[in-house]
Design a protein around this ligand. Structure first.
Ligand code: NIG
Ligand code: FE
Length: 426
């Protein structure tokens, strides 16, 4: 990645620093503390943040006085600067939009009904199986560029539409190839257990065996993923199958994350057992939960990642109960869930807008959930998610005067500039 010699941002109207206070994801009242500095400046060198303060203090700095000519300066003209978004849940390896599903849903069919009739995740398999790695990598890269244009600088990317040893490896290789050509950070996740592919219909155990005995060892050997995810829900994988896959994944040293509680409530005690046996970095969706799960989650460092784009796009009137999670002390993150079936958006500001309007998260909570808590959900909080000396110089400049405008202006892109590793990318 190109590292800038030096970059100085000055005249920032509001700089949202989100300083890390405690050693863990933010929860409760701390999600609202954005660490705002007005009329601020940030100095970046060698891809890292060096100093953060007021413009006045920055310009008085002796080192900067001497070296100002060597540093690229951006006058932010009163705009808002915040950490680049950390989108901790995306499915970018697919070929085609699912327009038939879209129309069927508009005509009244439900997500599960469409999936049972041959649409849904299974209808994205053929495109991926037939595509070359290079073509898939282009698709992923194009999404990564779009993400950066909307202020996202770190992205988790899942496989999950190949669903055979060959096509899952190809999907992860495509993620790796795209990541090499994008300056931001990509965290790859193996989602071989997305659904049971059609050729294993009625034989899910045989597919789980292949996931555990063939795919996981191959992914581990080629170091193609950091996390393993399972879609654990009605119509996908059972809790028992999920536990089996996570057991194998843990043995191979993968981190764990899961799609859980999107369509149905997990069995009482299942979340707690997952927390104990494999300390997932994140449990995602969480539309349906037991009361006991809230306490177990609040006592853990596992993040609950909410993806309201999926509820919006499926036309649901119900959204995850973010207030209940927040008030119980659960660490909440927000992500796009970018995928062709339930959430074809790469926009974190859109996810944040939905979080505010449909889940009653405050703009401040939404920002913390989309930055520092996203970083925790990926195990990257040491380097990402806040604007502090020593952290990676990944920033987003928004063409607004007040941070609350970021989720307020929905459906337009107000990201003026994304900066990755101290370099302006768009
Ligand atoms: O997060 N729930 C499982 N996976 C995706 C949907 C994928 C698809 O429909 O293609 C989700 O919503
Ligand atoms: Fe998803």
């Amino acid at each position: 990645m190109a590292k800038s010699a030096g970059l100085l941002l000055v005249n920032i109207g509001q700089l949202l620093t989100l300083p890390s206070e405690a050693d863990g994801p933010r929860r409760g009242a701390s999600l609202s503390e954005l660490g705002i500095i007005e009329d601020a400046a940030v100095l970046c060198l060698g891809g890292k943040i060096i100093s953060v303060g007021t413009t006045k203090d920055a310009l008085r700095d002796p080192w900067l006085k001497k070296n100002r000519k060597k540093v690229t300066e951006i006058d932010c003209g009163g705009r808002v600067v915040l950490p680049g978004f950390v989108d901790s849940h995306t499915h970018p390896v697919f070929m085609h939009p699912r327009l038939m599903d879209f129309e069927k849903r508009i005509a009244g069919a439900g997500y599960e009904e469409i999936a049972e009739a041959g649409g849904g995740i299974r209808s994205s398999i053929e495109g991926v199986r037939k595509a070359s790695k290079a073509v898939l990598a282009e698709k992923v890269l194009s999404a990564l560029h779009d993400l950066a244009r909307h202020g996202t600088t770190t992205v988790e990317a899942k496989s999950g539409y190949g669903l055979s040893p060959e096509s899952e490896l190809k999907s992860l290789e495509a993620i790796r190839a795209a990541a090499k050509r994008w300056p931001g950070t990509v965290v790859p996740t193996f989602l071989g257990a997305h659904v049971v592919p059609p050729e294993f219909r009625g034989r899910s155990q045989s597919y789980v065996d292949i996931v555990c005995k063939e795919m996981l060892p191959a992914v581990a050997k080629a170091k193609l993923a950091r996390f393993v995810d399972v879609f654990c829900d009605r119509g996908a994988f059972t809790e028992k199958e999920t536990a089996t896959i996570f057991g194998a994944a843990t043995a191979h040293g993968f981190g764990i994350r899961a799609h859980l509680g999107q369509l149905s409530t997990p069995t009482a005690g299942f979340v707690e057992s997952l927390l104990q046996t494999c300390q997932p970095a994140s449990l995602d969706h969480m539309d349906y939960l037991n009361k006991g799960d809230l306490h177990a989650l609040a006592a853990s460092t596992t993040v609950a990642t909410l993806v309201p784009g999926a509820n919006y796009f499926l036309g649901l009137s119900c959204y995850p109960d973010a207030r209940r999670l927040l008030e119980s002390g659960v660490a909440v993150a927000l992500a796009t869930d970018y995928n062709p079936g339930t959430s074809p958006t790469i926009s974190m500001p859109m996810a944040m807008s939905l979080a505010c309007t449909h889940m009653r998260m405050s703009p401040a909570e939404a920002i913390a959930a989309a930055t520092i808590n996203g970083a925790w959900a990926l195990g990257l909080a040491d380097h990402k998610g806040s604007i502090e000396p020593g952290k990676d110089a990944d920033l987003a400049v928004f063409d607004v005067r007040d941070y609350r405008e970021i989720p307020y202006w929905f459906g337009v892109n107000r990201c003026a500039t994304a900066i990755i590793g101290g370099v302006v990318v768009g």
